[in-house]
Design a binder for this molecule. Structure first.
Ligand code: BDP
Length: 595
């Protein structure tokens, strides 16, 4: 799926800004067809943003159900012979979109784009109206999964109709139009998709491409330009290969990008469509105990992150993204995981440019109750319907992100109950579909289970584990961490013989709390805590990465263990460093046998 771009042929009109917004308190909008005319009783709402933290009303923040967005737009006269596409970067979690009262698209899944060809629905020369109903309810057929709990049989202890959204993941269920809504054009015959893979031969880079073109064309011309705009290769055809001598590689810390310019020509030989696809020449491979980028062993230093900030919630904020990337570089990190869902396309393009390495994760989070009897993979929970949505989400994520050089591995789930027997056929299918869709990248699943009970580590290429010794178990006992971690790591390696990344380890820390000797929640404790883990990581050559949880403090649902959100950030939610940030910087920026 191509990202909408502006060029000499295609145009983009960003509909970000203030939209009309209404909370559907009584769930009546669809029945009353609110989309058939201008929305009434609206308030202003920013797009892109989560709506939850924008107002002062808890009832809006915590609303369960539909909310409605609406705005008007005009189609420029110059777009008269164009296809016109309306594209939503993400709507969390379900959406129905109408244009001038007519349904244009519906979509399930809160973290991936969808679009509709609205050429025949719009009026030219007059005002058009787009209405989007966004719903945030989660059940077991969704990713992430959830349950709506009702209280009818609670003997009147709760008001009539009272319900709660139960979630099994540790981030606030932010909702709304989180990413830009854009109009873009293509010609009638257009480039539908481009897939690029790259290889390295000696000092040359090989760029293989495959285009999908809709409608007739007489010729496809493909040029490769370097970052300075010089042409370094040219060929013809909807698929093919270009060789770049003395190629400049896309490397961690150095996001060198070429541009693959595809042009299609009509039967009269005139140019019809064109698209410029950024290309990073790089390879990835897992072999033995190591992860190779461009045939060099790579050690992952970095974080699990979230798309999360004050006021905007999960809404795209390019300033925050850039600030985060600058902080990642400042601290000496080279990578992050998109915990626990695919991040915005804008952020992924920035990671390509900045040379940050990304583990791209599908929103399969919350599939575990850490219990042998309260199982998750069963008919009334994670079932066939969940699987089919899971497969769809993976295919859509790969379709969106396949060309990003920054993406070096797919994560197919976070902390699933991989000890359950029924998890085996489930993840066998997920892995099979992921590999088929993208044979070029390794696959991981982020594990919470113990190596002795896990059943699916054999399916993936890299073992990722989340470990909280000294926090959720043996709380506060810093002296036990190294010992527990050693046992755990050896357990995984002995069982599967695969490289291991510690994809989460961390301790809640309130910026400004100090204690010597260290006490849990103090800045000193967080620094010591990480240090104890590092002692263990440094001993084992099959450990190929450390991602601290988390990059910054983030919002969660309210809970006894959450003091206004999850405080495991190395930075506060406002992106200021806690003491551990300086310790990590010291470690990650110093000479070390692992990097
Ligand atoms: C892990 C989850 C992550 C949580 C973290 C924590 O993967 O989403 O935020 O624990 O408890 O289990 O801080």
């Amino acid at each position: 799926m191509l990202y909408p771009i502006d060029n000499g042929i295609r145009e983009v009109k960003d509909l970000s800004g203030i939209w009309n917004f209404r909370v559907d308190e009584r769930d009546e909008g669809k029945k009353q067809q609110w989309y058939s005319q201008k929305l009434e009783q609206t308030m202003p709402m920013a797009v892109p943003a989560s709506y939850n933290d924008i107002t002062t009303e808890a009832s809006i923040r915590d609303h369960i159900g539909d909310v409605w967005y609406e705005r008007s737009f005009y189609i420029p006269a110059s777009w008269s012979d164009r296809r016109i596409i309306l594209r939503v970067g993400s709507a969390t979690h379900h959406a129905v979109m109408w244009v001038n009262g007519q349904e244009a698209a519906r979509h399930k899944g809160g973290f991936l784009p969808f679009e509709a060809d609205i050429t025949d629905q719009i009026v030219r020369g007059a005002e058009n109206r787009v209405t989007i109903a966004v719903n945030n309810e989660l059940d077991w057929t969704c990713l992430p999964s959830g349950e709506i709990k009702t209280y009818e049989d609670a003997e009147g202890r709760y008001p009539e109709g009272y319900k709660t959204q139960e979630t099994f993941f540790d981030f606030y269920n932010y909702s709304g139009l989180h990413r830009p809504v854009k109009l873009y054009t293509t010609p009638k015959n257009y480039i539908r998709d481009i897939t690029v893979t790259t290889a390295i031969q000696g000092t040359s880079g090989i760029v293989q491409y495959q285009c999908e073109i809709s409608g007739k064309h007489s010729k496809v011309v493909v040029r490769l330009m370097d970052a300075e705009g010089n042409q370094v290769g040219e060929t013809e055809g909807i698929h093919g290969q270009l060789t770049v001598e003395q190629a400049k590689l896309w490397e961690p810390g150095r996001g060198y990008l070429y541009s693959l310019a595809v042009e299609t020509f009509n039967e009269q030989g005139q140019i019809e469509d064109c698209y410029q696809q950024p290309v990073g020449i790089r390879t990835v491979r897992v072999e033995g105990k190591q992860f190779f980028i461009n045939n060099k062993p790579f050690y992952f230093k970095g974080f699990g992150k979230h798309e999360d900030s004050d006021a905007r919630g999960r809404g795209l904020d390019e300033a925050i993204n850039l600030k985060d990337f600058n902080l990642l570089k400042w601290i000496g990190a080279n990578s992050f995981r998109t915990a626990h869902y695919p991040y915005s396309e804008e952020l992924m393009r920035l990671a390509d440019r900045e040379g940050l390495v990304v583990i791209d994760e599908v929103p399969a989070v919350g599939m575990c109750f850490w219990s042998e009897t309260n199982t998750v993979f069963r008919e009334d929970r994670v079932n066939e319907k969940t699987l089919s949505h899971h497969l769809q989400a993976i295919q859509d994520m790969i379709a969106r992100d396949k060309n990003h050089p920054c993406v070096v591995m797919w994560s197919i789930a976070n902390e699933a109950a991989t000890n359950e027997e029924a998890a085996v056929p489930y993840f066998t299918k997920v892995v099979e579909v992921t590999r088929k869709q993208d044979p070029s990248r390794p696959i991981t699943i982020v594990q919470t289970m113990w190596p002795s009970v896990d059943r699916i580590g054999g399916l993936v290429d890299v073992i990722c584990i989340n470990k909280y010794f000294g926090w959720y178990s043996d709380h506060g006992k810093l002296s036990l961490i190294e010992r527990h971690m050693d046992r755990e790591l050896l357990g995984w390696y002995e069982r599967y013989g695969k490289p291991v990344i510690i994809s989460e380890y961390g301790a809640d820390t309130i910026a400004g709390f100090h204690q010597i000797p260290p006490v849990a929640f103090s800045e000193e404790f967080q620094s010591e805590y990480l240090n104890e883990f590092h002692k263990s990581f440094d001993k084992h050559d099959f450990v190929i990465g450390e991602h601290v949880w988390a990059f910054a403090d983030f919002a969660t649902k309210q809970g006894l263990t959450r003091v206004i959100g999850n405080r495991k950030g190395i930075f506060t939610r406002q992106r200021q460093p806690k003491a551990a940030a300086f310790k990590l910087q010291q470690r990650w920026k110093s000479e070390h046998p692992k990097w």
